[in-house]
Write a protein that binds this ligand. Structure first.
Ligand code: BES
Ligand code: ZN
Length: 835
C-alpha cells in the first residue's frame, strides 16, 4: 500500500503525433516494500524511488505498475511514461469541431471514474487524496488558452505551471487547451467565475451559463455555510463529451448542449435543463469534491445529493420557474418505473471492478431515486436542520472522505431524529412499496407491500414510509406491515376532504386506494392542486403497468384532464397517452382510433395556444404548446399538418431561426409528410454545418422520422461516419431510427451486425449500457423479445452489462404480457372515447 501526499506531474502532449509523455513524481508513505500504482494503456520507461532506479513491472490487466521499493516509509517515487492520445472521450482526449470550414480540436480531460490512470500514474482511488502540481506543455500555437483546476502561475518556455491544488481525489483533476473564448465575472465573495467554449459559438451564447454559475455558487456558499475554497470556477463546453457534465474541482466540463445556448432563440425547458446541469455540477464542488465518497459503493452520496441540490438551488435563484415540477415529470416517473422491476439494484450497491463502477451510474436509481430519497429526508427534517447538519458534515470531513452513515449522523444530530434508521430502509433495499388504503369493516386501514411491474418475487421487504397524509390521525411513519387509522366515516366527516396519502408526492411510494376512497378522490379531482392531479394519474398508470387495475380505465380519466392548463398534468397525461400507442399495431384500424383519440385530447389546447409564441403566454403555456402540437401532429390533424408545412415553407432558407419551441415539430412534419431525398440531404448538410446543439438535436429528431426505406438505409449508413454523427450523439440517432416503425428493423439489424464496432468505439463509455436500455423501451412483441434474448443473453457476462441485460429482458417480457392481457380493454376504451 502506498499513500500519496503530493504529486508533481509534468506532461507533454503532442496533438500531431497523438502522444503523451511525462513524469509523475509522487511523494507518499509506503506501508510495504512492494507497492502498486495505477496506470492504463501506458508504456513505463523508468521508475525511481528517492532518486534510485528500482525494479518494476506493469500491465493493463491489473491496470497497475508494481514496484519493488526495497523499503517502507516516506518515499518519492518518480515514474516516466508515454501514453497514446486516443479518441475515446476518456483520459486526455481531443474534441473536434469546425471553425470557418477549418477542422480544429480542443484537448480536454475526463477522469471519473477510473481514467486519471490513463493520463498519469497515480493511486486512482477516491480516498487517496493528495495535493497536485501540474506542469503542461504542448504543440502550442499563438493565441491558444490553457486552463486547469487552479490558476496558472508560470509560463516558462511553453511550460505552463499551475498553482498547487488543495487536497483532492485524482478523478477531479482536469485541464484543457485550444483556441477558446471566454466570459468572466466575480461572485460577491470574490470567486472568479468563467464560461469557456470554442469560437464556433457566438459570444452571447455564454451569457446564460455565466449568470447561473455565478448565482449558484453564491447560493451554495450561503446554503452550505461553507466558502467555495478555490480562486476560480471555470465552466468549459467540450464538443466531444461522453457524459452530460463533470464536476472537476474548479474546472467543470460540459457537453455543449448543456452549457451554451442562444439567448434569443431557446425554450424554457432548455434553460431549466442547462441551469440544473450547472447547479448540479456546482453542488458537487462541496458534495463530492470537498467531501468525497470513501469508495464507489457510496457513489449515491455524490450523485443523489447533487441531483436534489440542483433543484433546491435553481428553485431558490429562479423561483418563478417552478423547477420542482421538472423533478416531478422527469426524475420521479423514471425512478418509479425502473425501481419496480425485480432485479434492480439498491441505491447503495457494492462494487469493485472498474467496468462495474460505471454501470452503477444509473440515472433512474442513483440519481432519480437517490434524489427522491433525500427529498424525503428534507421534507422530514426541514431546511433548517438540513443546513445545520450539512455545515457540520462539511466541517467534519472537508478535504476528506465520508460514507452514508456520516451524513445520516450529521443530519440526525441536527434534527434530533433517527435519520439513519429511516433512510437505511430506502438505501439498502431495492424497490419501493405500494401502500394500500382500504376501508375494512368501517376502519380506515393502511398496509404496505413491495410494488412490481412484471414478475416479482415477494420477499417481505418493508420500509419506513413517511406517509404525509392530509388526515392527522394517520401516523407520520408507517413502519409496520399494517396500521389501522380509525373509523373512516368519522374521519371523513371531521376532515371534510377525501383521504389522501403522500401529499406533495415527495415520498417514494405509490398508493392503491380502494373503490370507496378512489371514488371520493375522483369526485373532487377538480378541487385538487396540479401536483395532486399529476400524482393521481401517475399512481394509476403504475398500478395499470403492474396489472393491479385495467389500463382501459385510464382512458376516460385522461379525457377529463385534456384541457388542464398545468404543465404537470399535461405532461403526465401525454405520457400515459403515449403508452397507449404500444397496444396497437402500426397501420391498423386500432391505431387510427388512437390517433383520433389524440386529436380529441389535444383539440382544445391547440385551439387555445396555436403555433406562435405570444407575449401573453404563461410559462405553462410555453411548456404545454409543443406537447399538444406534437399530439395533434401524431393524430395527423389536417390543420396542424398544413400549419407546420406552411411554417416550413416560409422559413425554408433559414430553418435554424424558426422558434426553438416548435422547430423540431415543423421540420419533422415536413420530413414525414413532404419528405424527399433532397430534403434529407439538405437537413443532413445543415446538421454537419451548425454548432447549435439544440438545432442539431431537432434535426436528428426530424430526419429519423422519415418513412422512406431508402432514406432509412441512408441514415443507418451515417451511424459510423464520425464526421457527421459524433460518437457522443450516436445513441440519439440510433434511438430515433429504432423508434420509427419503419426504421426499427434497420436499426436493430445494424446494432446486431456492428456490435463489435460499437463496442470498440463507445464501449469504454460510462453510458454504453444505455444502448441496451433504449432498445428495451421500444420492443413489444414476442418475436422481438426472442430476438433480444438470442442476441444479448450470450453477452450477459460482459462486465458492466450483466444487470442491464437481465433487467431489460424483464422489461420487454412484462410489456409483451401487458399488451397481450390489456390490448382489447384498451382498444375498446379508446373506441368508446372517440365514439
Ligand atoms: N459525476 C457525473 C459525471 C459522470 C457520470 C462521470 C458517470 C463519470 C461517470 C456528473 O456530476 C453528472 O452527474 N453528470 C450528469 C449530468 C447531471 C446534470 C445529471 C450526466 O453526465 O449525465
Ligand atoms: Zn453528478
Amino acid at each position: 500500500m502506498f499513500q500519496p501526499n503530493h504529486y508533481d506531474i509534468a506532461l507533454n502532449i503532442n496533438r500531431e503525433t497523438k502522444e503523451i509523455s511525462g513524469t509523475s513524481t509522487i511523494t507518499g508513505d509506503a506501508l510495504e516494500n512492494k507497492i502498486s500504482v495505477h496506470q492504463k494503456f501506458m508504456t513505463i520507461q523508468s521508475v525511481t524511488a528517492d532518486g534510485q532506479a528500482v525494479p518494476f513491472t506493469f500491465d493493463d490487466q491489473s491496470e497497475g505498475i508494481h514496484i519493488d521499493l526495497g523499503k517502507t516509509g516516506e518515499t518519492t517515487v518518480a515514474i516516466a511514461f508515454t501514453a497514446p492520445l486516443t479518441d475515446s472521450m476518456m483520459g486526455i482526449y481531443p474534441s473536434y469541431y469546425e471553425l470557418n470550414g477549418e477542422k480544429k480540436q480542443i484537448i480536454g480531460t475526463q477522469f471519473e471514474t477510473t481514467a486519471a490512470r490513463q493520463a498519469f500514474p497515480c493511486v486512482d482511488e477516491p480516498e487517496a487524496k493528495a495535493t497536485f502540481d501540474l506542469a503542461i506543455s504542448f504543440d502550442e500555437h499563438e493565441g491558444e488558452t490553457i486552463i486547469s483546476n487552479m490558476p496558472e502561475v508560470k509560463n516558462e518556455n511553453g511550460v505552463h505551471t499551475f498553482d498547487t491544488t488543495v487536497r483532492m481525489s485524482t478523478y477531479l483533476i482536469a485541464f484543457a487547451f485550444g483556441d477558446l473564448q471566454s466570459k468572466l465575472t466575480t461572485t460577491k465573495s470574490g470567486v472568479q467565475v468563467g464560461v469557456f467554449a470554442t469560437k464556433a459559438h457566438q459570444a452571447n451564447e455564454l451569457d446564460f451559463a455565466l449568470d447561473i454559475a455565478k448565482r449558484s455558487i453564491e447560493f451554495y456558499e450561503d446554503f452550505y455555510q461553507t466558502p467555495y475554497p478555490l480562486p476560480h470556477s471555470w465552466q468549459l463546453a467540450l464538443p466531444d463529451f461522453s457524459a452530460g457534465a463533470m464536476e472537476n474541482w474548479g474546472l467543470v466540463t460540459y457537453r455543449e448542449a448543456y452549457l451554451v445556448l442562444d439567448p434569443d432563440n431557446t425554450t424554457p425547458d432548455m434553460k431549466m435543463l442547462v441551469a440544473t446541469v450547472i447547479s448540479h455540477e456546482l453542488a458537487h464542488q462541496w458534495f463530492g469534491d470537498l467531501v468525497t465518497m470513501k469508495w464507489w459503493d457510496n457513489l449515491w452520496l455524490n450523485e443523489s445529493f447533487a441531483n436534489m441540490m440542483e433543484y433546491v438551488a435553481i428553485d431558490a435563484i429562479e423561483p418563478d420557474w417552478h423547477v420542482w415540477e421538472m423533478f416531478q415529470t422527469s426524475d420521479v416517473p423514471m425512478a418509479l418505473q425502473r425501481d419496480a422491476t425485480d432485479g434492480v439494484q439498491p441505491v447503495h450497491v457494492q462494487v469493485e471492478d472498474p467496468a462495474e463502477i460505471d454501470a452503477i451510474f444509473d440515472s433512474a436509481i442513483v440519481y432519480a431515486k437517490g434524489a427522491r430519497m433525500l427529498v424525503m429526508v428534507r421534507t422530514l427534517i426541514g431546511d433548517d436542520a438540513l443546513r445545520k447538519g450539512l455545515k457540520a458534515y462539511f466541517a467534519a470531513h472537508h478535504y476528506g472522505n465520508a460514507t452514508g452513515d456520516d451524513l445520516w449522523a450529521a443530519l440526525g444530530d441536527a434534527s434530533g431524529m433517527d435519520v439513519g434508521a429511516i433512510m437505511n430502509s430506502w438505501l439498502e433495499q431495492p424497490g419501493y412499496p405500494v401502500v394500500s388504503a382500504k376501508v375494512v369493516d368501517g376502519q380506515l386501514t393502511l398496509s404496505q407491500k413491495q410494488f412490481f411491474i412484471g414478475e416479482g418475487k415477494e420477499v417481505g421487504r418493508q420500509w419506513q414510509v413517511p406517509l404525509n397524509s392530509n388526515y392527522d390521525a394517520a401516523p407520520v411513519l408507517l413502519k409496520d406491515h399494517e396500521v389501522v387509522v380509525g373509523d373512516y366515516a368519522q374521519l371523513r366527516q371531521a376532515s371534510g376532504k377525501p383521504f389522501r396519502l403522500n401529499v406533495g408526492n415527495n415520498s417514494h411510494f405509490i398508493v392503491a386506494y380502494d373503490d370507496t376512497l378512489l371514488q371520493d378522490i375522483l369526485d373532487h379531482v377538480d378541487d385538487f392542486d396540479s401536483i395532486t392531479q399529476h400524482q393521481i394519474l401517475q399512481d394509476l398508470q403504475l398500478l395499470a403497468e403492474g396489472r393491479q387495475i385495467s389500463y382501459g380505465t385510464l382512458v376516460p380519466l385522461l379525457t377529463r384532464f385534456a384541457d388542464n392548463q398545468s404543465t404537470l398534468v399535461a405532461t403526465s397525461l401525454y405520457a400515459i397517452a403515449g403508452e397507449l400507442k404500444k397496444f396497437v399495431t402500426p397501420g391498423s384500424a386500432e391505431e387510427t382510433q388512437v390517433k383520433a383519440y389524440f386529436d380529441q385530447l389535444s383539440a382544445g389546447q391547440v385551439a387555445r395556444l396555436g403555433w406562435q409564441d405570444r407575449d401573453a403566454d404563461s410559462l405553462d403555456d410555453q411548456l404545454i404548446r409543443p406537447t399538444v402540437l406534437s399530439a395533434a401532429l401524431y393524430a395527423e390533424n389536417p390543420a396542424a399538418v398544413a400549419a407546420a408545412h406552411d411554417l416550413f415553407t416560409a422559413n425554408r432558407d433559414h430553418l435554424e431561426s424558426l422558434p426553438a419551441s416548435t422547430r423540431f415539430l415543423i421540420i419533422r412534419n415536413e420530413v414525414k409528410h413532404f419528405g424527399s431525398a433532397t430534403l434529407i440531404g439538405d437537413l443532413l448538410a445543415a446538421y454537419r454545418a451548425t454548432s447549435n446543439a439544440s438545432y442539431k438535436s431537432d434535426l436528428t429528431y426530424a430526419v429519423t422520422a422519415t418513412t422512406d426505406p431508402e432514406q432509412i438505409t441512408r441514415l443507418v449508413g451515417i451511424f459510423e461516419d464520425t464526421d457527421t454523427v459524433k460518437p457522443q450523439d450516436l445513441r440519439s440517432w440510433f434511438y430515433g431510427v429504432l423508434r420509427n416503425d419503419r426504421g426499427e428493423q434497420a436499426a436493430w439489424d445494424w446494432i446486431r451486425t456492428d456490435w463489435q464496432w460499437l463496442e470498440d468505439t463507445v464501449g469504454g463509455d460510462m453510458e454504453f449500457s444505455t444502448f441496451i436500455t433504449f432498445i428495451s423501451r421500444i420492443f413489444r412483441t414476442p418475436e422481438r423479445l426472442a430476438e433480444f434474448k438470442a442476441f444479448f443473453e450470450p453477452k450477459i457476462n460482459t462486465p458492466g452489462l450483466t444487470r442491464e441485460i437481465q433487467m431489460d429482458i424483464k422489461v420487454i417480457e412484462s410489456r409483451v404480457d401487458l399488451i397481450e392481457a390489456e390490448k382489447s380493454a384498451v382498444t375498446a376504451a379508446v373506441a368508446e372515447a372517440v365514439k
